[in-house]
Design a protein around this ligand. Sequence first.
Ligand code: UDP
Length: 242
Amino acid sequence: MQTQNILGFNFIRATNQEFQKKLIQRLDQQKNTFVVTANPEIVMYALAHPRFAKLIKKADYITPDGIGIIYAGKKLNLPLKERITGYDTFLYLLTQAQTKHLKVLFYGAKPDVISAVKTKITKSYPKIEVVGAFDGYLKDDQPVKKCLQETQPQLVFIALGSPKQEEFINQNFKTTSAIWMGIGGSFDAFTGKVKRAPKFIQKANLEWCYRLVTDPKRFKRYLAIPRFLKVVKRAKKDIVQR
Ligand code: UDP
């Protein structure tokens, strides 16, 4: 799959459809696959934490999850095709899991949310085999590890937020051959605890703005965006001067 190296990270240059096709191929071939869905905040964290940067560079695919990454691609003359979010990929993989009767493990979010995830899956995707559904506030993640070993799921969704979710995947990647994906707040969106922006707002590239207005507690996290834009500007200057 074609990639563009943006600020040191190889983002896939693909449409959602092309990426989904690739994932299905790998699923059918039982290839172990680590997907990172990265937004500007994750990139900024990685730039400040070399160990984390090294870890996400090990991923098989880094997708541009966040309009800021698409913007950076444009600005640096390294165009990407479109935004590929963790949430959309999660929903797509669930439909595939239903068709193919896959074994799926869910780990993350608050206890009431994960329990609602389980209920919704049983109702809306009855052919999925839920091998485990663990909340993300366990004192000890041993039961999750044991479940991975014993049940060998084909899809593993980790919703602990970044960097926890990528660190968990990195540590446990060898336990089963699956598609592993860190999906942040996706369980909250899936169960309606957090509303995703309406489609027209998503299309206007303003989903980040919607989330900020509906959840002002996220304000501090948004400070990563102007810092990210500054780094992109500097990188652009470096290219021009070379
Ligand atoms: N979370 C968790 N365990 C923790 C910290 C966070 O399970 O120790 C969950 C939290 O409940 C939420 C998700 O991780 O469901 C992180 O959501 P966030 O909005 O930070 O992710 P984003 O979608 O912005 O990447």
